[in-house]
Design a protein around this ligand. Structure first.
Ligand SMILES: [Zn+2]
Ligand SMILES: [Zn+2]
Length: 419
């Protein structure tokens, strides 16, 4: 089969013919990949910043959609009862999308919803597990990992069952592919920021610590105290998903807010604003949305209630620290590589700042992301426009050039047509 492969030490992507994967464990499924996406976090390994363990040649990619072509012997048998649902119901031919990490669905970590940190978890597109930028991919623990798009009853949703099925039929695969990582991760960043305990005084109108308890809003708090200010640092595909998600949450809760979306690249700022302009009045809620570069941000938005950091490098996280208010929260979903975090304990103490770091539990976030995908097809449905999230769909043969261009911010979200 054809596969997009990373070679050490860095900046070396090759399109190669390799053997197709086989079932290695009874819980495995083999998926024939129709579309696979290139992601900002693929760039960490591409640049050679994957860490000391990342030295082996491997197939890239952790975002893919396709069809099941083979199942291990644990599917459709009596012993599947009591296990995650898809062990009993998944069939060859079903269309599936996979979260970017494998999880078992049967341990305490998974039961709490922290699926990205399952002890049996593996990241696609790493030396530990071959990636999805290939014509076929092996999915371990597939009965707990995959989503069966042929059976929308198999995941929860706030949408009525009929609407769910109808909506699903109308959504392009290139749009459904966003459910593998970038949309759940964007929703995760927004959800963590808006639900952070540090945001509660503005949200409830009750000062700390009465904000933790039921009661009336304080008459002493003025409108300015209750206006939530969010900065989003990084307007790549995940940053755009975070912005759309945050807007949706704020609009549906009818909260007053300001969102300041920050990126040094003018094209990315223009896309963020084009996407915002595409959203209808109801979706914009009771707040404002503006974009700015880093210097403007430093002048404009010191004192944010919360900062969403979606880049994953030391300058982005330093900027987040500068922008957040005392008693503010930073939620960081960027992949931070080797350099240490650029703060001292006394800096953190001096601002009473809270940090949420880490990987999105994409499987747990999938239902919320799916509902947003359905609701915001105006943003997520199209390909190639100035206001669409997916920039282009290309042949895998273009992978070396697309990696190069994506790394240089010359293209947006790229999708490879693998079959
Ligand atoms: Zn990704
Ligand atoms: Zn688990």
């Amino acid at each position: 089969m054809k596969a997009i492969r990373w070679h050490p030490p860095s900046f070396d992507i090759r399109v190669e013919e390799i053997p197709a994967p086989k079932i290695e464990h009874p819980d495995d499924a083999i998926v024939k990949v129709s579309l696979a996406a290139l992601c900002g976090s693929d760039l960490h390994i591409y640049r050679g910043h994957g860490g000391p363990g990342i030295t082996a040649v491997h197939t890239c990619g952790h975002e893919f959609i396709g069809h099941v072509v083979e199942l291990g012997s644990n599917y459709g048998v009596d012993s599947a009862k009591g296990r995650p649902e898809l062990y009993a119901t998944l069939k060859v031919g079903d269309k599936v999308v996979s979260p970017f990490t494998v999880n078992c669905g049967e341990c305490g970590v998974c039961r709490l919803g922290y699926t990205c940190r399952c002890p049996s978890g593996l990241l696609f597109g790493s030396p530990a597990l071959e990636g999805g930028q290939a014509q076929y991919v092996r999915v371990p623990k597939a009965g707990a990992t995959l989503f069966n798009l042929n059976d929308p009853h198999s995941w929860s949703s706030s949408l009525p069952a009929e609407l769910k099925a109808t909506a699903l039929a109308g959504i392009a695969d290139s749009s459904l592919l966003m459910l593998a990582d970038i949309l759940p991760t964007g929703v995760f960043a927004a959800l963590q920021a808006l639900n952070h305990p540090k945001v509660l005084p503005a949200l409830t109108g009750r000062p700390f610590p009465t904000s933790f308890f039921p009661g009336e809003a304080s008459a002493a708090m003025v409108a300015e105290d209750r206006t939530l200010t969010f900065a989003i640092i990084g307007l790549g595909p995940v940053g755009l998903c975070a912005a759309v998600s945050l807007l949706d949450m704020l609009a549906s809760k009818e909260l007053p807010f300001q969102i300041i979306a920050i990126d040094p690249v003018e094209d990315r700022r223009a896309k963020a604003m084009a996407i915002y302009n595409k959203i209808d009045t109801a979706g914009k809620g009771k707040g404002t949305f503006e974009t700015c570069d880093i210097e403007q941000a430093k002048k404009r938005c010191v004192g944010c209630s919360a900062v969403l950091e979606v880049v994953g490098n030391t300058s982005a996280i330093s900027l987040a620290y500068d922008l957040v208010r005392n008693f503010g929260a930073i939620t960081s979903v960027g992949v931070h590589g080797q350099p240490p975090v650029p703060f001292t304990g006394s800096q953190l103490y001096a601002k009473n700042v809270s940090f949420d770091f880490g990987r999105c539990p994409a499987r747990a976030m999938f239902p919320l992301a799916f509902d947003l995908l359905v609701k915001r097809q105006d943003v997520f449905g199209e390909v190639g426009g100035p206001d669409s999230l997916v920039d282009r769909i290309v042949s895998p043969d273009e992978a070396p050039e697309m990696y190069r261009a994506f790394e240089k911010n010359q293209v947006g979200k790229v999708v490879f047509k693998m079959n």
